[in-house]
Design a protein around this ligand. Structure first.
Ligand SMILES: NC(=O)c1ccc[n+]([C@@H]2O[C@H](COP(=O)([O-])OP(=O)(O)OC[C@H]3O[C@@H](n4cnc5c(N)ncnc54)[C@H](O)[C@@H]3O)[C@@H](O)[C@H]2O)c1
Ligand SMILES: [Zn+2]
Length: 341
């Protein structure tokens, strides 16, 4: 079992990887009434355990990451007479954790919460770091908060029940973490791509632990994304636009977005073409897409409304080399003038 504590502001968040979800009770405080928020897939595979608690079920997929779903959760919390002595446990992937984390942060001005993180993508990224929220007005994560869960349990054996496409989606955030911060992890991915695709438990555990370490380190230095945390958006500025426009999974969109950013990094930061090819080769081996069929103008139209935009500039995360990212404040006019594939 691997544990680390993220210290952010005056809060502490405990991340545990390699722990069984069946030990959830060990992480709960006595005297608090636990309410579980989850979705139908989790109830199908793990309902025997989690149905022991009062359950609020939400719909699946990005289309349910909405204010309507929040209203549904608030209504059910009222029905359960939830109050400040209650404790919310979100059990699910990035969508359940993002929505439930925001619901817990806002219901009665905030009640404590924890996550049982069930997808590879949420274990390596989404459930760690304290960002939560919902989509609004056609844009990703427009309404949300920074608020740390008390704990994040990552039971890596739960990823064995994921459909292939969702499992593979998680590799995109692992490649992202390696590309921005850890050339050694990138080498490891190249050496173990086949085992990772075969869901080798030891390889998956190693990838989750190393990705969590990277994310935790970045978040501790800059919880509210004033500076360094922006590097975690590598592949996301382009990726969010691809995700909204094409409806591919979050990980697939991030994979395409990383390739767009990597190609741009060649001229902008001297990122060697050979390393663009290396990134592309790894993503393809991990079953991820590297181009989008969408028109460049459509992606740019959405990108230019990205919330990370500050007046006439946008923050792009580019690479100098594998393992070293740079944040480039880029004039909008310059982004507009370039075609992307
Ligand atoms: N807050 C953050 O810092 C952050 C970071 C990265 C991504 N995200 C967000 O995360 C979301 C994507 O999360 P995701 O990829 O986990 O998708 P998801 O939550 O939609 O889960 C994918 C699918 O897998 C199912 N599932 C979950 N766990 C399962 C299991 N163990 N076995 C079988 N099926 C299971 C779900 O029901 C769902 O259908 C996006 O909305 C993205 O914006 C947030
Ligand atoms: Zn992401």
């Amino acid at each position: 079992m691997f544990q680390l504590t993220i210290h952010a502001g005056d809060t502490e968040s405990q991340v545990v990887a390699g722990e069984s979800y069946r030990n959830l009770a060990d992480y709960l405080q006595d005297g608090r009434r636990v309410i579980v928020i989850t979705d139908a897939n989790i109830l199908k595979y793990y309902g025997d355990f989690f149905s022991a608690y009062p359950v609020i079920e939400i719909g699946m997929g990005e289309k349910n990451k909405t204010l309507d779903t929040l209203a549904h959760i608030y209504n059910r919390l009222l029905e359960y007479n939830a109050d400040r002595n209650s404790f919310i446990v979100a059990v699910g992937g990035g969508i359940v954790c993002d929505v439930a984390g925001f619901a817990a942060s806002t219901y009665m001005r905030g009640i404590p919460f924890g996550f049982v993180s069930t997808t590879l993508l949420s274990q390596v990224d989404a459930s760690v770091g304290g960002k939560n929220g919902v989509n609004f007005g056609g844009y990703k994560n427009m309404i949300g908060a920074f608020n740390q869960p008390q704990f994040v349990l990552c039971d890596t054996t739960m990823t064995q029940t994921l459909p292939d496409r969702e499992f593979i989606s998680g590799f995109a955030e692992i490649v992202k973490a390696a590309a921005i911060r850890d050339a050694g992890l990138f080498d490891y991915l190249e050496q173990n791509a086949d085992k990772a695709m075969a869901r080798d438990p030891e390889v998956i555990r190693h990838l989750v632990v190393e990705s969590v370490k990277i994310k935790a380190d970045v978040v501790e230095h800059d919880e509210r994304e004033h500076g360094e945390r922006r590097i975690l958006n590598f592949g996301h500025t382009f990726g969010h636009a691809v995700e909204v426009f094409t409806g591919v999974t979050h990980g697939e969109a991030v994979s395409i977005g990383m390739m767009m950013a990597a190609r741009r990094s060649v001229a902008a930061c001297g990122f060697p073409q050979s390393q663009v090819d290396r990134l592309e080769h790894l993503l393809v081996r991990l079953g991820l897409p590297v181009t989008t069929g969408a028109r460049s103008e459509d992606i740019l139209r959405i990108l230019l409304k990205d919330k990370k935009r500050e007046s006439d500039f946008i923050y792009l995360v580019l690479l100098r080399e594998i393992g070293k990212a740079v944040i480039c404040k880029t004039p909008i006019e310059e982004v507009k003038g370039k075609k992307y594939k």
